[in-house]
Design a protein around this ligand. Structure first.
Ligand code: B3K
Ligand code: ZN
Length: 884
C-alpha cells in the first residue's frame, strides 16, 4: 500500500520528511481544574518562531476549545481554524508571543488511556507518544523542549494527592472544599514526558542521598491497602539510583522522585520526568501475591524507567523514528543492571530467550522493520521488540566492539554533548566512535536493516600443520520494503575446545604464540570470511561460537555431535544452554517430520543424555538447570519451519515432556523434595533459582506416567507457601485431567477475586493450558463477569496470553481461535485502539501456516479491515499483514 490519497486511508509518516519545528515553546504554564467529565485546562505558552511560517499549527485531539488569546488579546474566531486532525491553526502570529488557550476535556470518557483519564476514580496521564495533544493544544513532538510549571486544582476529599513533574512549588486551600498544588520542573522537556496524577492515593516514602550529597525524597503512590506491596519496587529504585552513579557517574537531578501505580495502563510503565507512572503489575509484590518472575519484572522495569532520566529525558529523541536511541540504550542499561543484581549468565540467557521469542518472529513477519524505522502510520505500533530488544543488542555489540572503557567514555561524551537536546541515533554512534577512535560507519547498518542475519559455520583442520580454518558466512533474508541486504559487522565471541573440553590457545595466522588468548572476538564483516588458527596440535578442535550471545543472529552449521559436546563441555554457560536448545530443536523438527509420516514421537537417547547430565549437576546451579530443562517453545520450533505445523509440534513437545518426566521421575521427585524451602521467602538469585528448579521438576512430574506429580501439585497448591509455588502447582493441575482441577481453580478465584493482578494469573493459566478443551474455555472466560475489555491487563491476560501463548489452540484447524481473536479486536478497537493494534499481531502470521489456515486468517484480517471507523493503528497492522 502506498501513501495516503483518500481521506479514509491514514497517512504514512516518513523519516526522510523530517523538518524542524516551525515554532518553539520556551515555557509552559498549565492550570488544571480537575473534574471527571469537564476538566478545564488553561495553557500559557511562551512561543517563538523557528522558521519561515507566520501561521501557527498546533496538535490537538478531542479538545473542546473555550477561548484563545495572543499576548492577552482574545483571538477572533476567523483567525482560528480547526484542522481535520482536531488541531488548531492560527494565522499571522508575531515572532514571539504568549499564547493562552482554555480547553475542556472529559477524563471519564477517555477509554483509550492516552491523555488524561480516570482509573478507579483517580486521575492519571499517559502522553508518550502523542497523548499530550489530548490534554491541550501544543506542538506535540519530542524536539520541542520547554520548562513547565503546573498548577492542579481539585476537590480535596476526592483528590488529596496532586502530583506533576519536577519539584513541589506550593499549594493551599480554596473555597468549596477544593485545594491546589503547584509543581515546577527546572529541566526542559518534551511534551511526551508531562505527567499529572491526582486522587485518593497513599505514599510509601523513603529517601536516597546522591553521591554528591543531595537528599532525594522518594515516594511510591498506591491505593490504600497496597502499601505493604511496595518494598521491592522501592529497593529496586534505590539500587538503580546507586548503580547509575557507580556505573555511569549519573546522579538524579530533582529533589523528589515520585512513582504512581495505576491498574489501567496500556503498557508497563512510563518515565515521565520526576513522576513515573507504573502499571501496578510492575510495582506491587508480596510473597503471597507475586511470583519470582513478577519480582524480577519489577526490578527491571523500575530500573528501566529510572535510567530513562538520563537516557531519554535529559537527552531525548529528535523524532519518533529515533525511538531506539532512548529505548534500545535504556533496555541495554536495565539488562546490564539486572545481570549485576543477579546471576549474570542466567539473566543473559533468559533475555536471549525473550529476544528470540518476540523479536525474531517480528523480524521475519509482515511488520519487520529496522531498529530505526523509515516510516510509520501509527507510532504506537513501533514500540516493538525490534526497537527495544534488538536495539539493546545493537548497543551491546557496540560495547563489545569498542570495549567497556571506551563505551563508558562514549556515554560521558554523548551526555556532555547532548544534554537538554533532542537528537538522532547518529549522535549516539558518533559519540561512541569519537570516544573509541573506531570507525562505526558500517556498524550503523544494524540500525537501518531489518531481518535477522543468519551465520553459517563450516571448518577444516589440517592434522599435519595443526592449522584450523573457521569459515563464516552471513546473509540476511529479505523483509518488506528491503529486498536486498548488505553484510553487517557481527562480533563473534569464541573459543576452541580440545577433545577433553579444555580451552585451546587462539593464535591467528601471523600472531605471536606467546600472547594467544583462550577467548577472542572475531569480526565477521563480509559475506564470507575465513579465520585461520595455527598451532593446534593434531586433534581437531571444536568451535564454541557466539559466547554470551555476542550478536543477535541465527547460527547454523553445527551438527548434533558438536552441539552435544558443547552442551556438556563448554566453559561458557550461554553456549552450553544454547547448544542444548539447538540440539533439542533439531530433534524436535526431526520428530515433527516423522510424526507427519505416521511415526509416534519417542525420546531420542542423545536428548535424554543431555537432560541426564543437566540433572546430575542441577544442584550446582539450580537457576541454570531450570533454564536448561525447558524444551524450546512451540513457537521457537515453528519459527524454524517454512510452513509450521502447530498441532504436530505441540504433540511432539508434549510427548517429550511426558517421556522425560517418566524417564527421570525419581530424580525429579528427589529434587522436588530436597529443594523445598523451609525458611522465609526471599528473592535473592539463589532462592529464585531453587524454586525455579523445584517447580520445573514438579512440572515434569505432573506430565509423567509414573510418579506422584499430581498429588505433589495438590499438596503444594494447598500449602500456599508463596505465589510462585502456588501458581506452579495450579498450572500442573490446570493442564491435567485431575479431579481436583476445578476445585483448585474455584478456590484460587475465591481467594483472589479482589486482587486484579492475581486474577489476571487465573485467566492466563487457563488461556495457556495444554488441555484440548482450552479454546472453548477461553471463549467462555471472555464472557466471565471478571473479564473487562476496558482493562488492558485483563485483555492481555486472556486474549493476549491465548493468541500469543497457546499456538496449538490458537491455530485450531476449525479457525475458531482466529475468529475469537478477530472478534476481540473488533470489540476492543473502538474502546482502546492501542491495545487492539497490539493483540492483533498473531493473525499476521498467516504466511507460515498451511493454506487452509492461512485462508481463514486472511478472511479474519479482511473482516477487521472492513470495520467502519477502524483506528489507524489497527489499520496499519492489518493492512501490512495482508500485503506482506
Ligand atoms: N517509554 C514508555 C513507552 C511508551 C509507549 C507508548 N505507546 C515506557 C518505556 O519504554 O520505558
Ligand atoms: Zn523505555
Amino acid at each position: 500500500m502506498t501513501a495516503s490519497t483518500t481521506a479514509s486511508t491514514p497517512a504514512t509518516i516518513r523519516r526522510e520528511d523530517y523538518t524542524p519545528p516551525a515554532f518553539l515553546v520556551d515555557t509552559v504554564e498549565l492550570h488544571f481544574a480537575l473534574h471527571p467529565t469537564a476538566t478545564r485546562v488553561r495553557a500559557r505558552l511562551a512561543m517563538r518562531r523557528n522558521g519561515e511560517s507566520h501561521d501557527l499549527e498546533l496538535d490537538g485531539e478531542e479538545l473542546m476549545l473555550l477561548s484563545a488569546s495572543i499576548d492577552g488579546v482574545a483571538l477572533p474566531s476567523y483567525r482560528v481554524a480547526s484542522l481535520p486532525s482536531g488541531g488548531l491553526r492560527i494565522e499571522g502570529v508575531p515572532d514571539s508571543f504568549m499564547l493562552e488557550t482554555l480547553v475542556e476535556i472529559s477524563p471519564e470518557a477517555n477509554s483509550e488511556l492516552s491523555g488524561l483519564y480516570l482509573s478507579g476514580g483517580n486521575y492519571f496521564t499517559q502522553c508518550e507518544a502523542e497523548g499530550f495533544r489530548r490534554i491541550t493544544f501544543f506542538p506535540d513532538r519530542p524536539d520541542v523542549m520547554s520548562r513547565y510549571s503546573v498548577t492542579i486544582e481539585a476537590e480535596k476529599t476526592a483528590c488529596p494527592v496532586l502530583l506533576s513533574n519536577g519539584n513541589p512549588a506550593g499549594g493551599g486551600e480554596l473555597p468549596d472544599g477544593r485545594h491546589w498544588a503547584k509543581w515546577e520542573d527546572p529541566h526542559p522537556k518534551p511534551s511526551y514526558l508531562f505527567a499529572l496524577v491526582a486522587g485518593d492515593l497513599v505514599a510509601v516514602r523513603d529517601s536516597f542521598t546522591t553521591r554528591s550529597g543531595r537528599e532525594v525524597a522518594l515516594a511510591i503512590y498506591v491505593r490504600q491497602g497496597d502499601e505493604d506491596a511496595c518494598g521491592h519496587a522501592m529497593d529496586s529504585l534505590k539500587a538503580s539510583m546507586a548503580w547509575d552513579e557507580t556505573e555511569y557517574g549519573l546522579e538524579y537531578d530533582l529533589d523528589v522522585f515520585n512513582i504512581a501505580a495505576v491498574s489501567d495502563f496500556n503498557m508497563g510503565a512510563m518515565e515521565n520526568k520526576g513522576l513515573n507512572v507504573f502499571n501496578t503489575k510492575y510495582i506491587l509484590a508480596r510473597p503471597d501475591t507475586a511470583t519470582d518472575a513478577d519480582y524480577e519484572g519489577i526490578e527491571t522495569v523500575v530500573a528501566h524507567e529510572y535510567f530513562h532520566n538520563w537516557t531519554g529525558n535529559r537527552v531525548t529523541c529528535r523524532d519518533w523514528f529515533q525511538l531506539s536511541l532512548k529505548e534500545g540504550l535504556t533496555v541495554f542499561r536495565d539488562q546490564h543492571f539486572s545481570e549485576f543484581m543477579g546471576s549474570a549468565a542466567v539473566k543473559r540467557l533468559a533475555n536471549v530467550r525473550r529476544l528470540r521469542a518476540a523479536q525474531f518472529p517480528e523480524d521475519a513477519g509482515p511488520m519487520a522493520h529496522p531498529v530505526r524505522p523509515d516510516s510509520y502510520v501509527e507510532i504506537n505500533n513501533f514500540y516493538t521488540a525490534t526497537v527495544y530488544q534488538k536495539g539493546s543488542e545493537v548497543v551491546r555489540m557496540m560495547r563489545e566492539l569498542i570495549g567497556p572503557a571506551s563505551f563508558r567514555k562514549g556515554m560521558d561524551l554523548y551526555i556532555a554533548r547532548h544534554d537538554n537536546q533532542a537528537v538522532t541515533i547518529e549522535a549516539f554512534v558518533g559519540a561512541m566512535q569519537d570516544a573509541s577512535g573506531i570507525d562505526l560507519s558500517r556498524f550503523a547498518r544494524w540500525y537501518a536493516q531489518a531481518g535477522t542475519p543468519e551465520v553459517t559455520v563450516s571448518d577444516s583442520f589440517d592434522e599435519a600443520t595443526g592449522r584450523y580454518t573457521l569459515s563464516l558466512t552471513q546473509s540476511t533474508p529479505p523483509t518488506p520494503g528491503q529486498p536486498t541486504k548488505q553484510p553487517v559487522p557481527i562480533p563473534v565471541a569464541m573459543g576452541l575446545l580440545g577433545p577433553d573440553g579444555a580451552a585451546l590457545p587462539l593464535r591467528l595466522s601471523g600472531e605471536n604464540a606467546a600472547e594467544a588468548p583462550e577467548e577472542r572476538v572475531l569480526l565477521l564483516e563480509e559475506a564470507k570470511q575465513d579465520f585461520v588458527f595455527e598451532g593446534l596440535g593434531t586433534q581437531r578442535p571444536v568451535p564454541s561460537l557466539l559466547r554470551g550471545y555476542s550478536a543477535p543472529v541465527k547460527l547454523h552449521g553445527l551438527g548434533l555431535e558438536t552441539l552435544g559436546f558443547l552442551a556438556a563441555k563448554d566453559s561458557d554457560p550461554f553456549v552450553r544452554w544454547e547448544s542444548a536448545q539447538q540440539y533439542a530443536t533439531a530433534e524436535m523438527l526431526r520428530l515433527v517430520a516423522a510424526y507427519r509420516a505416521g511415526q509416534e514421537p519417542t525420546l531420542p537417547d542423545g536428548l535424554a543424555g543431555i537432560f541426564a547430565a543437566v540433572l546430575e549437576r542441577a544442584e550446582q546451579d539450580p537457576a541454570f538447570a531450570a533454564e536448561a530443562l525447558a524444551l524450546p517453545s512451540e513457537d521457537f520450533v515453528a519459527g524454524q519451519m517454512r510452513i509450521a505445523d502447530p498441532e504436530a509440534i505441540h504433540l511432539v513437545r508434549q510427548a517429550l515432556r511426558r517421556q522425560l518426566g517418566t524417564r527421570f521421575a525419581s530424580r525429579f521427585a528427589a529434587l522436588h523434595d530436597s529443594l523445598a524451602d523451609a525458611g522465609p521467602y526471599r528473592t535473592d538469585g539463589d532462592s529464585i533459582g531453587r524454586r525455579a528448579l523445584r517447580n520445573a521438576a514438579l512440572t515434569y512430574l505432573g506430565r509423567a506416567d509414573a510418579g506422584d506429580g499430581l498429588a505433589r501439585a495438590r499438596v503444594q497448591f494447598a500449602a500456599g507457601a508463596n505465589m510462585t509455588d502456588v501458581l506452579a502447582a495450579l498450572r500442573v493441575l490446570v493442564d491435567s485431567e485431575d479431579p481436583a482441577r476445578e476445585d483448585a481453580l474455584a478456590a484460587f478465584h475465591a481467594s483472589w477475586r479482589a486482587d486484579p493482578l492475581v486474577l489476571d494469573k487465573w485467566f492466563t493459566l487457563q488461556a495457556v493450558s495444554t488441555r484440548p478443551d482450552t479454546l472453548a474455555a477461553v471463549q467462555a472466560l471472555a464472557k466471565h463477569p471478571d473479564f473487562d475489555l476496558r482493562n488492558p491487563n485483563r485483555v492481555r491476560s486472556l486474549v493476549g496470553a491465548f493468541a500469543a501463548g497457546n499456538p496449538a489452540q490458537f491455530h485450531a484447524t476449525s479457525g475458531e481461535g482466529y475468529r475469537f481473536l478477530a472478534e476481540m479486536v473488533i470489540a476492543l478497537d473502538p474502546v482502546n485502539a492501542q491495545v487492539a493494534a497490539r493483540i492483533v499481531s498473531p493473525l499476521g502470521d498467516w504466511k507460515r501456516q498451511s493454506p487452509d489456515r492461512a485462508a481463514i486468517m486472511r478472511a479474519e484480517l479482511e473482516r477487521i479491515l472492513a470495520l467502519p471507523g477502524l483506528s489507524k493503528g489497527t489499520f496499519e497492522k492489518v493492512s501490512k499483514s495482508l500485503a506482506a
